[in-house]
Design a protein. Structure first.
Lengths: 80, 237, 745, 80
């Protein structure tokens, strides 16, 4: 099973990287990119027996290591 | 005093901190490998030094925060033992939950290595007890992830937990003096009890006149003083 | 995965992979049969220009490489010089030009990683790095991207591993539009008795692989292998650019130094650089006059299904090959476990003088080590380039000169040129203070780092890299001499005496007779300068093929020089220290505007004759600086280079924490103002000293026979330079401090 | 419209971050995380008139700025 984890800064936290990318896009001729947020994308190959287990374990991984919930939020998807 | 200096894979200011503790201050420094479960017996203080623990992969300090030695540090800090985090050490202590808040990418998005000024403030801590409040120290920074964020930054200040703020040479806290976009110019904080302190600038790089600056030494001198029996409770005049 | 699946080797296959028919025949002669595909790969990579120095070897042997301080000269992974107290300095410079052009961040990062390994593989702890960079013209659309990427790549690697980047050199010219230069220098310190060499000594000893796993990256790196034999999907699997992992390198560094501390455990060691496992195994075997046997099934791999060819030629980063004393394998593995590094014994030292490689239980290569390691030697045709007469005939003073009232504006324009402007934007991104040894960091003439003697007291080393490639374009012989002299002078004005140097010779294609002529002229200049200054060459690197679409770069023989200073507290920096100091010029004012920044900025020309170096005058000037520094008589010293006297004076005034103005006259003479202000005659230094020491300073200069002219006194907030330039330091400073940022932002 | 862009290192390229995270997860008691790759996740708020246009423009943004196709690959999704 594979887990795809998306970690982004909480909305209230300033994202200078997103701002910089947005500015560069505008300069490069993409003014239609109105707002940009940059986060992390983590792909995990899992060896688990069930979807439920995967759900529980990946959530634990996120809370323990993959995201810093002081400033970040996460979500994930599971796929075979 | 016996100072335990932690070593994680990727720490790179461990030797520098050791140099200052042993050669410059003439004290007893011990390097402690991250896999250890215990601090050396008789440890008076712990320093979590700078560097790129685990390459700072994922997030600065995130992986090191889970090292075996950090459980021992937690116990030591819980008993009131003085703990100082420098740069990556600050990031590790935040990630480990020993200090409030988080450190993220500099607003400039670039690594910044240069001299800055910080103003000493907040409640007296073991690392600032000998430094008069309001004094300006000049020390270098060298980090890419130094922007301090805390959703209660104002409350933190009100409780006296903001220990250092970036300022101009005259002590004015201004945006232009803030090298990384930290909230309210926060350069260093303490826990509620005041015994765990960390800052982004490097006092160990500002402890010898030969290297151009020795103001950072006062932080280590403060520790020495506060560990001297019967001293160090209040703030120096 | 073995020979069975490998393509049949024919002359045609050799050709498509860049091997000439003569080389192919030579290979057949050595083997006495048709090689396997893996064997072809070994020959191709070991005989590549990069690994074998085939076009440069016959000339490099004439360099002066000996001297009292030299412990190991060229031929080892890095040069080793004695710095007293039982200590040695180990240093080298390497190019990573092409990878950095393709992927600036990773290319530059892995360049830093590579040079660091060259130094610590010898047993030295790296204590300082420098970098020399060349980019295309600032207005080229790719330049900002390349500058940002390269600078953050150098910082990303060096900062993380914790080696300070204490200085460097950066310049722009359209000749680098399609071919940037990224040269990385590292210096380490070891005990004299703690040096390790890349030798596979001791038949029966184990070959220990450690570091990162081997992947399919960079297989085309060293050998410029044409890929006709591979289909598109296999091409996709072989990224030519590697990703650096400074974290693993830090572990590798600490692990190596720990392994080396265990008495008798390591017999030899070499990093896997260009041509990966091939070059480390072959070179170590050949240096010891032994053979090696490797079993590739034991090599830690990142992905399944790698062929023998791929494993042998992979340039995956952060890997080492060591020879471990037989019977002590377990000890070595236990130590590497502590550092979380992959490690495996993959073979043994043999007495066959052959490199034997097995995969899947079969022998896939069996070749003699010596001819592979020795490589080829070419004496390629040389021809003096036709452009020289034309550019040398240009008289710089024939172009319209600014009116006296415009000289201030001219100075501002030159100060804001990215070649001259402050490089703070660059070095602020480098940790230049980690290791608490940086006494003088970037921003002055040479960096000074502290080295602790075994007894704990401090001594110092001076470090600098430099090369004015415009001068080398106008005259490769003189230009190279000038580069060596400028390095030595940069050290001297900082208080350090030149000890030894490394080089990184960046040139266009050696297959072009004009390039070979430039190369040989440049080497002649290098030799002459080294001999007359008594500074040996202890290591170096040649980088050919720096060209795109037939347009070569200017010859760029980058010089990295190391000097010593007994007491680092006596180091001198370039900026004026306060009001009321006397300012004087050491050296002679001559009209040298050929190849100057003035000519380029004001007239867009790289033309004229390169300045002439009077080596005797040079020595008298630098000796004066060294004695003055040693006696503690100097408040500041700054050598004159790009932009001449006017730029140097401005830098003295504005580069400190506090600006300090000065009121200066120009030295007497009949030079036209542009030549007096902006001429780039070598062997000149601007010094300042307390008025109380004036007599003493004059005496030192007189004793050394150095011409000296008093120009004025420091003070105020303006810089006055002769009758025509009078500007607030703040205005100069603004032009100088913002000039670079304009390029990148 | 929003574009979600995922940028990852090409499979054959070394992913030092992924390697370090995988090791750390194992030590933290998640041995089931067999392989980890770390990439970037970029969310872009777009002002475009059609899905087709968005498709074309975001692809151009990826090639021009968001991914370095020498070592990285990208994919993206569009949503209203
Ligand atoms: N790429 C670089 N990395 C680090 N420092 C640099 C770099 N380029 C220039 N510097 C620093 O900037 C200062 C000025 O450099 P430069 O103008 O080349 O000096 P000079 O004219 O003496 O050769 C020096 O201290 C040099 O070390
Ligand atoms: Mg200079």
């Amino acid at each position: 099973m594979t887990a795809k984890v998306y970690v982004t800064l909480k909305k209230a936290v300033l994202d200078p990287q997103g701002k910089a990318v947005q500015r560069s896009l505008t300069k490069l001729g993409f003014p239609e990119a109105r707002d940009v947020r940059v986060g992390r994308f983590i792909e995990i190959a899992l060896e688990v027996s069930s979807r439920e287990e995967a759900q529980k374990r990946v959530d634990a991984m996120c809370r323990k290591l993959l995201a810093n919930t002081v400033i970040e939020e996460y979500r994930f998807e599971l796929a075979e | 005093m016996r100072v335990a200096i932690l070593q994680f894979p990727g720490s790179n200011c461990d030797d520098d901190t050791m140099h200052v503790v042993t050669r410059v201050l003439g004290e007893d420094g011990r390097l402690v490998w991250h896999r250890e479960a215990q601090l050396p017996t008789g440890t008076d203080a712990v320093i979590v030094p700078g560097g790129f623990s685990y390459g700072d992969y994922l997030r600065s300090g995130a992986i090191a925060a889970h090292a075996a030695i950090m459980d021992a540090v937690r116990v030591f800090a819980g008993a009131g033992g003085p703990v100082l985090g420098i740069c990556n050490g600050f990031q590790i202590l935040c990630e480990a939950g020993l200090l409030p808040g988080a450190l993220t990418r500099n607003a400039s998005l670039r690594f910044e290595c240069r001299q800055v000024h910080v103003r000493v403030e907040g409640r007296p801590t073991p690392f600032t007890a000998a430094i008069p409040a309001g004094r300006v120290l000049r020390m270098p920074i060298a980090h890419g992830d130094g922007r301090y964020i805390n959703d209660d930054a104002t409350g933190l200040g009100a409780r006296g937990q903001v220990v250092f703020r970036y300022c101009d040479p005259a002590g004015g806290v201004r945006d232009e003096a803030n090298p990384n976009g930290s909230q309210l110019g926060i350069a260093g904080v303490s826990n509620e009890a005041g015994n765990v302190v960390a800052l982004m600038p490097h006092p160990e790089r500002a402890s010898e006149a030969l290297l151009g600056e020795d103001g950072g030494r006062q932080i280590f001198e403060s520790l020495r003083l506060s560990l001297t029996p019967g001293r160090g409770k209040g703030r120096a005049a | 995965m073995s020979a069975a699946r490998e393509p049949e080797v024919t002359r045609e296959v050799g050709r498509t992979q860049g091997m000439t028919d003569a080389e192919y025949d030579q290979m057949l002669g050595i083997l006495g049969r048709t090689p396997t595909f893996t064997e072809l790969g070994l020959f191709m990579s070991m005989w590549s220009e990069h690994c074998s120095y085939k076009s440069s070897r016959i000339f490099l042997k004439d360099l002066p490489t000996t001297g009292a301080c030299v412990v190991h000269g060229p031929g080892e992974n890095a040069g080793v010089v004695d710095i007293g107290d039982g200590q040695v300095a180990v240093f080298k410079m390497e190019s990573h030009n092409h990878p950095s052009f393709v992927e600036p961040y990773q290319g530059a990062a892995t360049g830093v990683g590579g040079i660091l390994r060259d130094v610590f593989t010898m047993g030295a702890r790296p204590i300082a790095s420098l970098n020399a960079l060349r980019f295309g013209q600032p207005s080229h659309p790719r330049t900002p991207y390349l500058v940002s990427g390269v600078v953050s790549g150098i910082g990303g690697y060096g900062n993380s591993i914790g080696v300070p980047t204490v200085g460097g050199d950066i310049a722009f010219d359209e000749c680098y539009d399609g071919n940037i230069l990224v040269n990385a220098f590292t210096l380490g310190i070891a005990e004299h008795t703690g040096i390790f060499l890349g030798r596979a000594a001791g038949v029966g000893n184990g070959l220990l692989y450690f570091g990162s796993k081997t992947g399919r990256d960079g297989i085309h790196g060293a050998s410029l292998l044409a890929s006709a034999e591979f289909d598109a999907s296999s091409e996709e699997k072989r990224p030519t650019v590697q990703v650096g992992d400074p974290f693993t390198e830090k572990l590798l560094l600490e692990a190596c130094l720990e392994l080396m501390k265990v008495p008798g455990l390591l017999v030899g060691i070499q990093d896997m650089g260009a041509a990966g496992l091939t070059s480390s195994a072959v070179e170590m075997a050949a240096r010891a006059g032994n053979g090696v046997e490797l079993d590739l099934d034991l090599v830690p791999r990142r992905e399944p299904g790698m062929s023998a060819y791929e494993i042998m030629l992979s340039e995956s980063q952060e890997r080492m090959l060591a020879v471990v004393e037989a019977g002590r394998e377990g000890e070595a593995l236990a130590l590497l476990e502590k550092w979380d590094l992959d490690a495996a014994f993959i073979g043994k030292v043999t007495n066959t003088e052959r490199v034997v490689i097995k995969a899947d239980g079969k022998v896939v290569a069996d070749v003699p080590a010596a001819p592979l390691a020795e490589g080829l030697k070419y004496d390629r045709p040389r021809k003096r380039p036709a452009y020289l007469d034309e550019v040398n005939a240009v008289e710089p003073l024939s172009f319209a000169q600014p009116a006296p009232g415009d000289l201030g504006a001219t100075l501002l324009k030159i100060l804001s040129s990215p070649n001259v402007a402050s490089k703070e934007w660059v070095y602020r991104q480098y940790d230049h203070m980690v290791r608490v040894g940086t006494v003088v960091g970037p921003g002055s003439d040479a960096a000074i780092v502290r080295v602790l003697r075994p007894d704990g007291s401090a001594k110092g080393l001076g470090l600098v890299v430099d090369c004015n490639s415009r001068f080398c374009y106008l005259d490769p012989y003189e230009g190279t001499r000038l580069a060596v002299a400028e390095c030595a002078r940069n050290l001297a004005v900082s208080g350090a005496r030149a000890l030894a140097l490394t080089d990184c010779l960046n040139f266009a294609s050696p297959e072009r007779p004009e390039t070979m002529w430039q190369f040989v002229e440049s080497l002649r200049g290098l030799s002459d300068a080294c001999r007359s200054l008594g500074v040996p060459v202890v290591s170096g690197n040649v980088s050919f093929y720096n060209e795109t679409e037939g347009r070569g770069i200017h010859p760029t023989p980058m010089i990295g020089m190391v000097g010593t200073i007994a007491d680092p507290a006596g180091a001198v920096t370039q900026h004026f220290k306060g009001e009321g100091d006397v300012v004087a010029l050491l050296g002679l004012q001559t009209a040298e505007l050929g190849g100057s920044e003035y000519l380029k900025v004001m007239h867009g020309k790289v033309a004229g004759r390169a300045p002439r170096l009077d080596i005797d005058l040079e020595k008298r000037v630098t000796e004066t600086c060294l004695v003055l520094a040693d006696k503690g008589l100097l408040r500041s010293a700054h050598d004159l280079s790009d932009g001449g006297l006017a730029v140097a004076a401005a830098e003295c005034a504005m580069s400190g924490d506090e600006p300090v103005g000065a009121e200066l006259t120009l030295p007497a003479g009949d030079l036209p103002p542009v030549a007096a202000l902006f001429g780039e005659a070598p062997s000149r230094v601007l010094i300042s000293f307390s008025p109380a020491n004036r007599a003493a300073v004059e005496q030192v200069a007189a004793d050394a026979g150095a011409p000296m002219a008093i120009l004025g006194v420091t003070g105020g907030r303006r810089l006055v330079l002769g009758p025509d330039v009078d500007l607030p330091v703040a205005v100069l400073s603004d032009a100088w401090r913002t000039g670079f940022r304009k390029v990148v932002e």
